[in-house]
Write a protein that binds this ligand. Structure first.
Ligand code: FE2
Ligand code: FE2
Length: 265
């Protein structure tokens, strides 16, 4: 099974520039083209939040258009820049978005990997939280299939990255979430967005990771004041390959370069 993760698309209405500088629509178009060119094709694409920039209906309308050419089925989850109602309204065929109101939490149970999505959004806030209601749902959902290898997906990573500016805008108190995850050893990975960069940490008996954005990246500045800015280094996406016994993650950069050249001509 091959899962493609994309994150932090930050689409603006009318193909507007994020921060007056970043052409996020073109970045997503390039990312969709790169995914469509993959062989083999991913079984699904998971977009881990900040799908649009301001949570507006016109932004979701453009996002929906930009995702039309994507060949694999796409599953969406919200980030702090999203607005749940507008997201649901723009994707009426995506019934999973309404599986557990008032949050956007859901389970994809068909493939060899079980995918459990939790909603870390607090409307009006940049940081995220997992309240007792959401954590109870997660605990019950994981308890229902203890033998199924599982990926948990959410927007805000549950760990400190060292990029101080972003860490102050992270998930409130990750300890209760860590306690839930630690009870369920079938969790192969916690995949997240929000950081606009590929970062990995051992977490609660599993591994937690973040995915790059196809657009702007958080500045790679480790320290208490680091990351208060972004760069236009090549964006990217991730491929999570389930081998049947392990989840292996590849981070791909977006851009044009020569190759591949075969080792034997
Ligand atoms: Fe973001
Ligand atoms: Fe975010």
């Amino acid at each position: 099974m091959l899962i493609c993760q994309i994150s932090d698309l930050h689409i603006r209405a009318g193909r507007g520039l994020a921060y007056g500088r970043v052409d996020t629509a073109t970045c997503l178009e390039r990312c969709v083209a790169a995914i469509d060119a993959l062989d083999p094709q991913p079984d699904l694409v998971l977009a881990t939040g900040d799908l649009v920039d301001r949570g507006e209906a016109a932004e979701y309308a453009l996002l929906s258009e930009l995702l039309v050419p994507l060949r694999p089925p796409v599953y969406l989850l919200p980030g702090n820049h999203d607005e749940r109602g507008a997201l649901q309204a723009a994707f009426p065929a995506h019934a999973y978005l309404r599986q557990s109101p008032p949050f956007i939490q859901y389970v994809l149970d068909e493939g060899p990997l079980r995918l459990v999505v939790v909603d870390t959004v607090v409307p009006g806030r940049t940081g995220g939280e997992l309240c007792p209601h959401r954590l109870d749902w997660l605990d019950r959902t994981l308890r229902a299939a203890p033998d199924r290898p599982t990926v948990v997906a959410m927007h805000h990573p549950p760990f400190i990255t060292g990029i101080g500016f972003m860490d102050r805008l992270g998930l409130d108190d990750p300890a209760p979430f860590a306690a839930v995850i630690a009870r369920h050893p079938q969790v192969e990975r916690v995949v997240c967005g929000h950081l606009h960069r590929s970062i990995v940490q051992r977490f609660a008996g599993t591994v937690a990771s973040t995915c790059p954005s196809p657009a702007h990246s958080s500045a790679l500045e480790i320290g208490p004041h680091g990351g208060d800015g972004y760069t236009l280094e090549p964006g990217g996406y991730q491929l999570h390959w389930w081998s049947g016994s392990a989840l292996v993650t590849h981070t791909a950069a977006l851009g044009d370069w020569p190759g591949p050249f075969r080792y034997r001509a």
